[in-house]
Each structure stands twice: as structure tokens, then as C-alpha cells.
Design a protein around this ligand. Structure first.
Ligand code: BEZ
Length: 397
């Protein structure tokens, strides 16, 4: 990967990595179980197109901590929050800053490129990284490490089962439109694999620059193509605009749109009938018929006055993971191997998304559901693929 980085960025990473070695040396007064609050760095987007994603993850993380009296392993918790701005170039130096501030655990990010920037500094360090969204395959693939955990998904996971669904709906020749960075590219690759395994063909791929919200210029190409389905990966504020502009171009009347569920997560308010009927695949559905889901959604709505979504679920599960692991080590983050073993032993039996556990590469093995937008929510239609495990290619754990 680093071979592809521009020289300036490579230099920045090298400098950041050198700096982290200096500040990551044992700091016993911080890392031993003590009465001192446990510092957790939270690196999520609080501005830009992913603002709602970062906010939902943070809210639900705080909900999970509040349900445990804001303590982990008996210690008070202090969250150190930095806006990631969904900007990969800023991630390495900010990880160095977190470590300098005594962060014992770091949670983040949303954006796959930011995750790769964080990992350049944090890989194989004593500080544990828990990724509550970013799906970059490399994080639990070739860049995996004992201190890197993910509570969300790989970009491949929800995309691959959609290939079969599209084929079942009659699509044979499809095209894709997604963002031109790891998440979009990997999502389309997953879809392509699933679609081709079932006899379909992707005949065209459009890659739009991140974080554009302007898609009108791509609509003529889609309209002129001879395809019977369009697959897309967009999320947050851009997803709202994409659904709207696809409709305004009249394309939804002729070419069915399919997507991974990020397109319709937290984006449906205000879209009303425009989004009705959209089918997506995801590791969550709003009305998933589980008592744990009903309980979580009620608690989230009660506390924050808005509905939960998949990002909230990922934040909540991250909090539950911390509660479990820190209880096992009595709040002591000083023995990295012991903490990592405690994290690995987490079994999310009562997650709002359904049961999941960590794979060898420390990524969730989980059900992927088919959902359909109906009355403004992502309604559960069934299990699209059960207990899907990302292959973790290149991970030697
Ligand atoms: C990503 O960059 O990995 C990502 C961003 C938003 C939603 C899903 C994935």
C-alpha cells in the first residue's frame, strides 16, 4: 500500500510513526489499573457529509457507557474527541496526539482512507484500535494486527450477498456508481463477485470523487447505458442527494437501483415516497425482530430524541465490547496481550443486529439481511446470507 502513497504523505507517515515510538513507551501511571479515568480517543467525523454517522456512533457509545455507570473495569471514562473531518491526511499526526494525551484505547473512524492513515501509526502498538465503521478490507486483511479490532463490517461483507439478490430480481447486465476511494471500490468489487458468481455481468463502473453531492452529471451516462440494474455505494448526506437526483432524472422509473444499506441508513427523513421500495443488504434492519433491538431502539430514541440506525448499533456494540473486555482485566490496559485476549473473547449474543463474534482477523462474523424501504424505515425481509465471514486475505493472525 505505502508504495502508492504520494511522497509527501509517505514522509508524514514516517515522521508520525517515529514520533509515536517516542511517546508510546510505557507510561505506568496511565496504563495500570488505577483510580485515574481511562482516556479513550474518539476519532470520528463531526463535520462534512459523514457528520450524522459520527454523531450516531458517538451517541450510542455514550449510551452503552452510561448503562454501565460510565465506568469500564471500575474506572471512570474520559472520552477525548477529535473531528476526523473524513480527511485521511490528518489521521497519522492526530493518532500521535492521542497517544501523547495518554489515550489507552482509540475508537474510529468512519472513512476507510482515514482508517488506513490511523493504522500506519497504531499497527502493532500497545494502544488498542477499535474501528466502529470504516470497512477498508486491509484493516482486517493485510494490515491486520493483534491490537486492531473492528465492530462493523468489511466493505465486501454486505455487498457480496447483493449480487445474488440482483440476479434473482432478473438483472443480468448491471453498472455501478460509487465513490472513488477504498470503500466504493471494495463495495463494487464485492457486488461484482456475488453478481458474477450468479451469472450476471457488470458492464460499466462510474467512480465519483469523495465527498461530492453532485451526481447530475453522471445521469446521462446511466440513462444511455443498456443495463437492467444499477448498484451504488453512497452514505450520509451524499446518499440523500444521490437518491433525489436519480429520481429527478427519471431513472428510477426505468432502471432499478440496488445498494448496500448505507444508502438508506439515516437518510430517509424527507425523502418519503422517493425512497420507498429500495432494496438493500446490510447487517442490520430497523425492525429486526429481536428483543435486544427493540430495547436498544427505545433507549436510543428516549435519550437522543431521534431513531437509531446501523451506525448507532455499531457504536453501541463498541461500548458493549469495552464493558465486557475491561471488566475481564479489571480496568488494566497495561498488559496489551491480556486486553486483546479479553476483546477477542467477546460474543455479541444480544446485539441489536443479532449475534456476532470476531473472526480470526478480528472482524465481525455476522448475518447480512435483505431490507426494503417501506413507510420510511428499512424493513427486514429475511437473511440474505447467514454468518458471513470476510476471508481476511493477507492477515496472518
Ligand atoms: C467507509 O469509508 O468505509 C464507509 C463510509 C461510510 C459508510 C460505510 C463505509
Amino acid at each position: 500500500m505505502s508504495q502508492n502513497l504520494p511522497v509527501t504523505k509517505r514522509r508524514l507517515l514516517t515522521t508520525a510513526a517515529a514520533a509515536v515510538t517516542a511517546v508510546a513507551l510505557p507510561a505506568p501511571f496511565i496504563r495500570r489499573a488505577s483510580a485515574a479515568p481511562m482516556r479513550i480517543g474518539v476519532y470520528l467525523p463531526y463535520s462534512g457529509v459523514f457528520t450524522s454517522l459520527g454523531t450516531k456512533i458517538t451517541n450510542a457509545l455514550e449510551l452503552a457507557l452510561a448503562e454501565n455507570n460510565n465506568k469500564l473495569g471500575g474506572r471512570e471514562v474520559e472520552l477525548l474527541k477529535i473531528d476526523s473531518e473524513a480527511d485521511p491526511s490528518k489521521a497519522p499526526e492526530r493518532m500521535v496526539r492521542f497517544i501523547g494525551q495518554g489515550a489507552e484505547i482509540i475508537i474510529g473512524p468512519v472513512h476507510s482512507g482515514v482508517a488506513l492513515g490511523m493504522i500506519r501509526v497504531l499497527q502493532n502498538q500497545n494502544t488498542t484500535l477499535i474501528i466502529p465503521n470504516a470497512g477498508a478490507g486491509a484493516a482486517t486483511g493485510e494490515l491486520c494486527a493483534p491490537n486492531i479490532f473492528r465492530t462493523s463490517f468489511t466493505n465486501w461483507q454486505p455487498a457480496w450477498p447483493m449480487g445474488k439478490i440482483m440476479h434473482e430480481r432478473g438483472a443480468r447486465r448491471a453498472m455501478s456508481i460509487s465513490w472513488n476511494y477504498a470503500a466504493g471500490q471494495e463495495s463494487v468489487a464485492g457486488l461484482r463477485q456475488g453478481f458474477e458468481e450468479n451469472g450476471g455481468e457488470i458492464v460499466d463502473e462510474i467512480l465519483a470523487p469523495f465527498p461530492t453531492v453532485e451526481f447530475q452529471s453522471y445521469m446521462p451516462e446511466i440513462a444511455a447505458s443498456d443495463v437492467d440494474a444499477v448498484y451504488t455505494f453512497f452514505s450520509g448526506a451524499s446518499a440523500v442527494q444521490f437518491i433525489r437526483q436519480y429520481h429527478e432524472a427519471g431513472l428510477d422509473r426505468n432502471i432499478p437501483l440496488y445498494a448496500v444499506g448505507f444508502l438508506t441508513e439515516g437518510t430517509l427523513d424527507g425523502l418519503e415516497e422517493i425512497a420507498e421500495g429500495l432494496e438493500t443488504t446490510m447487517h442490520y434492519a430497523d425492525d429486526l425482530p429481536l428483543e435486544a433491538n427493540r430495547r436498544f431502539r427505545a433507549a436510543y430514541q428516549d435519550r437522543f430524541g431521534v431513531a437509531a440506525d446501523v451506525y448507532a448499533v455499531q457504536g453501541y456494540d463498541t461500548g458493549r465490547l469495552l464493558v465486557h473486555a475491561l471488566a475481564q482485566v479489571d480496568g488494566d490496559t497495561g498488559d496489551a496481550a491480556k486486553l486483546q485476549a479479553a476483546l477477542r473473547s467477546f460474543e455479541a449474543a444480544d446485539s441489536p443486529r443479532g449475534a456476532w463474534r470476531f473472526s480470526r482477523a478480528q472482524n465481525p462474523i455476522q448475518d447480512i439481511y435483505l431490507r426494503r424501504v417501506s413507510d420510511g424505515i428499512n424493513r427486514y425481509q429475511g437473511v440474505a446470507a447467514a454468518q458471513v465471514e470476510d476471508p481476511g486475505t493477507g492477515c496472518a493472525l
